[in-house]
Design a protein around this ligand. Structure first.
Ligand SMILES: C[S@@+](CC[C@H](N)C(=O)[O-])C[C@H]1O[C@@H](n2cnc3c(N)ncnc32)[C@H](O)[C@@H]1O
Length: 213
């Protein structure tokens, strides 16, 4: 019975994701671009990087977190599921997607061109982190060497604006953050409506007394 409930929950989720995607120009499927998968140094976990975020997980990740003047950044936006979800959920904030893969970035930019509040930046996210961003969402875009660079650059952004929050979903490399005592890290367990676990979410902010030397 429990198994059946879990399966039914999963099917409902797939349908909801499909309907949201269709409203914004077409089903996104998975983020499975062979280039993205093959360039991963972390060969054991390559497939992990290929997924799009799920509607029910996103509801939990962003619940009570987005204020009207927040600038939302999806770090590694891929095909744009998270941008779709923000729009679908009625947010009118400025939204910025950063995507390494030029072809994927261009497709997402074209698909969402009617939304003036959405912009897509092509390139390595660590070189294009928008200083005006206030909520930075990551669903496992990077392996550790890039996470190190990301952390370094985020420190400067967070030091200038203490409101900045990093939401790291499926926080596989959270230990890289933990190694630096300047970050405040809270890890939340998320579960779906059949009580099955989603990957964990880390909520990360810079400590007020962080060492910026
Ligand atoms: C797991 S997908 C997540 C897609 C989307 N954020 C979501 O949650 O549905 C990770 C994405 O990060 C992108 N990515 C990987 N490394 C990146 C980098 N250095 N800069 C920008 N994007 C990157 C990949 O091309 C892929 O589209």
């Amino acid at each position: 019975m429990i198994q059946l409930h879990r399966k039914a929950t999963r099917v409902v989720r797939i349908i909801r994701n499909l309907l949201i995607d269709l409203r914004y120009g077409g089903y996104l499927g998975v983020n499975l671009h062979p280039r993205d998968i093959l360039r991963r140094a972390d060969t054991k976990n390559r497939l992990l990087y290929a997924y799009n975020s799920d509607d029910e997980a996103l509801q939990q990740v962003f619940r009570n977190r987005i204020k009207p003047n927040d600038v939302l950044v999806d770090v590694g936006c891929g095909r744009g599921r998270v941008l779709n979800w923000w729009l679908y959920s009625g947010y009118r904030n400025r939204m910025i997607g950063l995507e390494l893969d030029a072809e994927t970035a261009e497709q997402t930019r074209r698909r969402l061109k009617a939304y003036e509040n959405v912009s897509i930046i092509t390139g390595n996210a660590v070189d294009h982190l928008p200083p005006e961003g206030t909520i930075f969402y990551l669903y496992n875009p990077f392996d550790p060497p890039i996470i190190d660079m990301f952390l370094d650059r985020m420190k400067t952004i967070c030091a200038k604006n203490p409101q900045v929050t990093i939401l790291y979903y499926s926080c596989k490399f959270i230990d890289v953050f933990r190694a630096d005592p300047d970050w405040d890290i809270e890890v939340e367990t998320l579960v779906d409506s059949s009580n099955s676990p989603f990957p964990p979410l880390a909520i990360i902010t810079l400590k007020p007394d962080a060492n910026m030397a």
